[in-house]
Design a protein around this ligand. Structure first.
Ligand SMILES: [Cu+2]
Length: 228
């Protein structure tokens, strides 16, 4: 192989590496933290309000990425394997684009969460909230909604539902570990979704109670991003 051919092959390989078909999407927000006592909220990324359910030894990872994963069903162990399928971050010629195409925008947003070392065999409801975490559980404000319910607090299933808000269910195993992800068909408005809140039980869906999941037991500061 001539030197020129080697160079061409290397260039081709590097172009394959940036092709959206084979590279995972870049996370637009990624937080990895241990939970601190709520009193330290000003300086810490993740805080707990209930150390029986989420001890300070527990850890959390929250990842937001644009686009959606492609599911691949695994064999018979009840969970899904997935491969991330990103949106175009560059044109086929490798030239960076200034904004995602309308097609890419339609692919929405995915949020993945790993919880490690929380109360074992417990089901937590969790959502993206509008404000950042504080020393008090309510400091994180209401749920982030793509279409805002004019009536707040929003318990109307028309607005308080997992397509208009970001909901996850974290069901821990016997070691207190859980993993969950969700996908919505829209992008966050920048700086308007600032925390990931873990609640004491699963999220209700019925009228008058939609989106309610009990006390806020822990909070993670996440700078969720939209298109900009
Ligand atoms: Cu919530």
């Amino acid at each position: 192989m001539s030197l020129a051919m080697v160079a061409t092959a290397a260039a081709a390989a590097s172009m394959v590496a940036v092709s959206p078909a084979v590279s995972p999407p870049c996370p637009v927000a990624l937080v990895h933290s241990r939970f601190a006592p709520a009193a330290e909220a000003a300086s810490r990324t993740a805080v707990t309000y209930n150390t029986k359910l989420v001890p300070t030894s527990a850890m959390v990872v929250v990842v937001e990425f644009l686009g959606k994963p492609r599911y691949e069903h695994g064999h018979n162990h009840g969970h899904q394997h997935y491969r991330m399928q990103g949106e175009a971050r560059s044109t086929p010629t490798g030239t960076p684009t200034s904004s995602p195409s309308p097609q890419a925008k339609q692919e929405g947003t995915s949020v993945m969460v790993w919880l490690h070392g929380a109360k074992a065999n417990h089901t937590f409801g969790a959502h993206v909230h509008t404000k950042t975490c504080g020393t008090k559980p309510d400091d994180s404000g209401p749920h982030y909604q793509n279409t805002k319910d004019p009536k707040q607090p929003s318990v109307n299933p028309k607005y308080a539902n997992p397509q208009n808000e970001v909901w996850l269910t974290l069901k821990t195993d016997s070691s207190g570990d859980a993993h969950a992800m969700t996908h919505v068909n829209w992008r966050f408005r920048d700086s308007q979704a600032r925390s990931f809140v873990i609640h004491e039980h699963a999220t209700a869906t019925q009228k008058g109670k939609a989106g309610v999941a009990g006390a806020r037991v822990a909070c993670v500061k996440v700078p969720f991003k939209g298109d900009k």
